[in-house]
Design a protein around this ligand. Structure first.
Ligand SMILES: Nc1ncnc2c1ncn2[C@@H]1O[C@H](COP(=O)(O)OP(=O)(O)O)[C@@H](O)[C@H]1O
Ligand SMILES: [Mg+2]
Length: 377
């Protein structure tokens, strides 16, 4: 193991849980701790409750690989805090928000991942820049039936999505076929597969949508539906992971593909989707030569999207995953970005993503030390 003296102490932040001590993806946390230790960092899990900002040591958890157990103990105060609070609801609790705000103002701590994104802000931000605008499907806030009507005049398929959604929960699609007796077809994502409701008029369609979105109690966006490239009739999209590297610059850590399950309107793995190799899928549609061009475009697009999102959100970002679509012409489309990326199951992406967290933490730490030196001289 390397010396730890010049390396920052990295705390993985989550929220306390009455029955399991803390919430979050434990195998992800265990992998992080293991990677951090191998790279010579002191790293541990801490809850918002136990992270006392004025104390010199904090009560955290570490993972003991040999016994596969979590052990509570005292650790030095962190230099870098990696926010992995798993749920939006938890992050919105007043006491958690206060702690995150206080953390972001702490001069000797760097907060990594300020908060979750919401889909509407993302589209506003990306529309502010000519370079990123062309990758965004037309998107409006779904406030009343006129929004629906006007979008349906331009696009045959729409996606309706809760602004704070994840994992496909609450997603609906609308398709129009004016020659049919029930020209509007509403499809609602269910636990597995989806349910279809034919509607004879726009107003009936609207009533059904309102009923459904009320269940979630969340505002929705309506978005131009993109006809995704498909292999054997199954559409797929790309999951790209952008992270800052040891030099503080955005870099792609990897791109994976998710193929939609039968009768699902999204590509999420828990909904019957599966992982595949993006290059293989793209080659079977576009051939080798065009595939390299498409992949290069995906790569460049993802980086410019990450930079624009960071510019617009006005706080430092460190990593994000993005859901991107490719249509049959090879055009790249942005669906959403996640500031708390889920684990990538592809081992080559996974390993790189874990290491980058610590490489970037080190960069942040050194940056702080140099700026401190600069201020005193
Ligand atoms: N406008 C769209 N056109 C085509 N497919 C879409 C569109 N929006 C979403 N999808 C599909 O649905 C999936 C989930 O949408 P996403 O915006 O990522 O929501 P969630 O937060 O639930 O993951 C996407 O990965 C993509 O496969
Ligand atoms: Mg998604």
């Amino acid at each position: 193991m390397e010396a730890t003296t010049d390396k920052p102490v990295v705390a993985i932040l989550t929220i306390a849980d009455d029955s399991h001590s803390f919430r979050g993806n434990r195998s992800n946390f265990a992998d992080l701790i293991q990677t951090g230790e191998q790279m010579g960092f002191v790293t541990y899990v801490v809850t918002t409750k136990h992270l006392k900002l004025h104390a010199s040591r904090v009560l955290g958890f570490t993972y003991v690989t040999d016994d596969e157990t979590w052990v509570q103990s005292w650790f030095p105060r962190p230099h870098v805090v990696y926010n992995r609070i798993p749920l939006r609801e938890d992050e919105r609790l007043p006491r958690v928000r206060r702690k995150l705000t206080a953390l972001s103002r702490q001069p000797d701590i760097r907060l990594f991942n300020r908060r979750f994104f919401n889909k509407w802000s993302l589209f506003k931000w990306l529309n502010e820049n000519k370079a990123t605008k062309s990758f965004i499907p037309e998107t409006r806030k779904l406030t009343d039936v006129s929004v629906l009507a006007s979008l349906l005049r331009k696009h045959k398929t729409l996606y309706l999505k809760p602004v704070r959604g994840k994992a496909g929960v609450g997603i609906m699609t609308v398709t129009v076929q004016l020659e049919k007796r029930s020209p509007y077809r509403l499809q609602i994502q269910e636990e597995k597969g989806s349910k279809t409701y034919p509607c004879s008029t726009m107003n009936r369609l609207w009533d059904r949508i309102v009923k459904q979105s009320d269940i979630l109690g969340e505002p929705y966006i309506a978005q131009q539906g993109i006809a995704l490239a498909a292999v054997n009739g199954r559409p797929f999209d790309l999951r790209a992971l952008a992270q800052k590297n040891g030099a503080g610059k955005w870099e792609m850590s990897g791109i994976g593909a998710r193929v939609a399950g039968d009768s699902s309107i999204t590509t999420h793995v828990p909904r019957g989707g599966n992982i595949d190799d993006p290059e293989k899928l793209l080659v079977s549609i576009f051939g080798k030569e065009k595939t390299s061009k498409v992949l290069l475009k995906v790569h460049r697009t993802a980086l410019s999207l990450a930079k624009q999102i960071e510019r617009s959100c006005h706080y430092r970002l460190c990593e994000m995953s993005m859901d991107l679509g490719v249509d049959m012409t090879g055009h790249v489309w942005f669906f959403e970005a996640n500031s708390k990326p889920m684990k990538f199951d592809e081992p080559h992406i996974r390993n790189k993503s874990l290491e980058r967290i610590f490489q970037y933490s080190l960069y942040l730490h050194r940056l702080k030390q140099t700026s401190k030196g600069g201020a005193s001289s």
